[in-house]
Design a protein around this ligand. Structure first.
Ligand code: NAP
Length: 240
């Protein structure tokens, strides 16, 4: 897909991987609107020349508020990137059920609701793309974050089904599976982390080259392990 002049809506573009994706898409001539919750971060992105919309995706009302602001505007690329990670570990006390609900809505329900609402506008374009950011943990889970892993594997399966449904349409369905990336999501974690610029670069390449899946960094190794033995893949992730 040629990216110049494409109209893009990216969720969660005020920080981390999303912020790098929008910068790289803008450099290629795309017209990007991004969302976020934090007003100061959104103001900083407007300084960089982006359109921004403040939206919280932890409920249907937040998603609908964004959709109302978007209205019937054209859209070529919907990039579902906003996401949050919650620990949910009974070995360390009783997990917060409300935090789990917020995570489930933000990571899984919100992308599905956005896709459903924007499908008519995407169908009306000459070429369009839906890009869902899942995770290496959509392939094999980590023990400490089962809610996060459930949302990401849920979004992965949704994406696989949607791609099959839309295979003869104008809409390309792309999944990006990042490894551990150096963003606020992993602050203080003493593991090897990919720089967000490099993760974003590989996602933008996947969109430009119409790839179905971007298995990024160590996720590639996890995919190979899983193809040999799902138990082997799980042994690589469950200890985290
Ligand atoms: N970092 C990793 O290691 C990693 C690995 C695999 C997959 N991923 C996935 O990649 C995506 C981006 O992650 P990241 O590491 O860049 O995260 P990040 O730095 O924490 O940024 C998350 C972005 O999503 C927004 N966001 C979070 N919760 C939201 C909510 N409830 N409603 C609306 N917006 C919300 C944030 O807005 P605010 O600025 O307002 O907070 C921010 O713009 C996520 O889907 C994540 O699951 C990340």
């Amino acid at each position: 897909m040629e990216l110049a002049d494409k109209i893009v809506l990216l969720t969660g573009g005020s920080a981390g991987i999303g912020r790098e994706i929008v910068r790289q898409l803008q450099a290629k001539g795309a017209r990007v609107t991004l969302t976020g919750r934090n007003p100061e971060r959104l103001a900083a992105m407007r300084e960089e020349g982006f359109e921004t919309i403040e939206a919280d995706f932890s409920s249907a009302a937040g998603v609908d508020a964004l959709l109302k602001k978007w209205g019937s505007k054209d859209i070529d690329i919907l990039l579902n990137n906003a996401g949050q990670l919650v620990d949910h570990d009974f070995r360390e006390g009783d997990p917060d059920a409300d935090a789990a609900d917020d995570c489930i809505y933000t990571n899984l329900n919100a992308p599905i609701r956005l896709i459903s609402a924007l499908m008519p506008q995407l169908r009306a374009r000459p070429e369009a793309a839906i890009v869902n950011i899942t995770s290496g943990l959509a392939i094999a889970p980590a023990a400490r974050t089962p809610i996060y892993c459930a949302t990401k594997s849920g979004l992965r399966f949704y994406t696989l089904g949607l791609r099959e449904q839309l295979k003869d349409s104008n809409i390309r369905v792309i999944e990006a599976l990042p490894p551990v990336v150096d963003t606020q999501m992993n602050d203080g974690k003493p593991t090897k982390k990919m720089p967000p610029e490099e993760c974003a670069r590989q996602i933008v390449v996947a969109i430009a080259q119409d790839q179905d899946e971007a298995n990024i960094g160590l996720t590639k190794a996890l995919r190979i392990a899983e193809s040999i033995s799902p138990a082997l893949a799980r042994s690589m992730t469950l200890r985290f």
